[in-house]
Design a binder for this molecule. Structure first.
Ligand code: NAD
Length: 279
């Protein structure tokens, strides 16, 4: 970050999402954490979902409440239907409603294809795809029940799916992950088409390489960093705030006419950088 210009999120108005209630899954780490904090900084009340490590979730809650908004940490495994139903019910009871669902929780279980176990395949599909389906479905029920409240937002609700450049770029050794994100793209677009008439906006953010615990091995050593930067025309690894800023703006009425779109936030990784000097 260039210290002379300040953090870009400093220019996001603190009232951009005022009066809105957001839930972010997997919000005690990495991208989810930055996103939950970013939504709070922009004026939303925020539920911080976590599946493990309550203390780190409570830390995120403390940081969000320092902006003068409400926040709470809710434990739930997004791949378990009963837990997702209970989580959204609890939010509606305790916060009154939900306006923004950020289906962010995700994981990797990497393996070469023939070595990949059914358990590795299933776990990644359960969390990355079924988890997003369950979270989107439960939020949608509340959006439809409540409808548009014009003083709060032009939309009845916003769903933002955390996808990946691997909804587009095949990824050897990660067939479970790439398949889950390919599924997220088609789920998101289908939901966007189905729900737009009810004034529900469904979109996705597709991060490139962002420095978080999920991909530590890709940026931890100088050699790994050098290899990774060859894939990024903009020549820097992303920060969680790069994604958080995109989610905040996408969730706001500034982008009210954006429906069914994937916003790639990837420093140009999806531009086939190998063709910059060849092909
Ligand atoms: P991370 O490991 O820091 O965070 C993932 C979060 O999901 C953690 O809080 C984890 O506890 C949570 N989680 C895992 N299983 C869960 C479950 N069953 N229920 C609830 N929460 C669960 O990684 P991250 O990089 O912040 O990843 C966040 C999202 O961004 C994921 O969907 C990931 O696929 C996506 N993504 C990340 C990158 C990147 O470069 N970091 C790139 C593309 C996409």
């Amino acid at each position: 970050m260039d210290s002379t210009v300040g953090a870009p999120q400093d220019v996001i108005p603190a009232h951009l999402l005022k009066g809105q209630k957001a839930l972010v899954t997997g919000a005690n780490s990495g991208i989810g954490k930055a996103t939950a904090i970013g939504l709070g900084r922009a004026g939303a009340d925020v539920v911080v979902n976590y599946v493990a490590d309550q203390e780190s979730a409570e830390e995120v809650v403390r940081e969000i409440t320092s902006f003068g908004v409400r926040a709470a940490a809710y434990e739930a495994d997004v791949s378990q239907e009963d837990q997702v139903v209970a989580m959204v019910d609890r939010m509606v009871r305790e916060f009154g409603t939900i306006d923004i669902m950020v289906a962010n929780a995700g994981l990797q279980r990497d393996s070469s294809f023939t070595e990949m176990t059914l358990a590795q395949w299933q776990k990644v599909l359960d969390v990355n795809l079924t988890g997003q389906f369950l979270c989107a479905r439960e939020a949608t029920k509340e959006f439809v029940r409540r409808g548009v409240v014009p003083e709060v937002s032009r939309a009845a609700g916003k769903i933002i799916c955390m996808s990946s450049v691997h909804q587009l770029i095949p990824w050897a050794g990660h067939v479970n992950y790439a398949s889950s994100k390919g599924g997220v793209q088609m789920m998101m677009e289908t939901l966007a088409q189905e729900l737009a008439p009810q004034k529900i906006r469904v979109n996705a953010v597709a991060p490139g390489a962002i420095r978080t615990p999920i991909n530590r091995s890709a940026w931890e050593t100088p050699q790994a960093r050098e290899d990774l930067l060859k894939l990024i025309p903009y020549d820097r690894i992303g920060d969680p705030d790069d994604i958080a800023n995109a989610v905040v703006v996408l969730a706001s009425d500034l982008l009210d006419y954006v429906v069914g779109t994937t916003l790639y936030v990837d420093g140009g990784m999806t531009l086939f950088p190998g063709f910059a000097t060849g092909g």
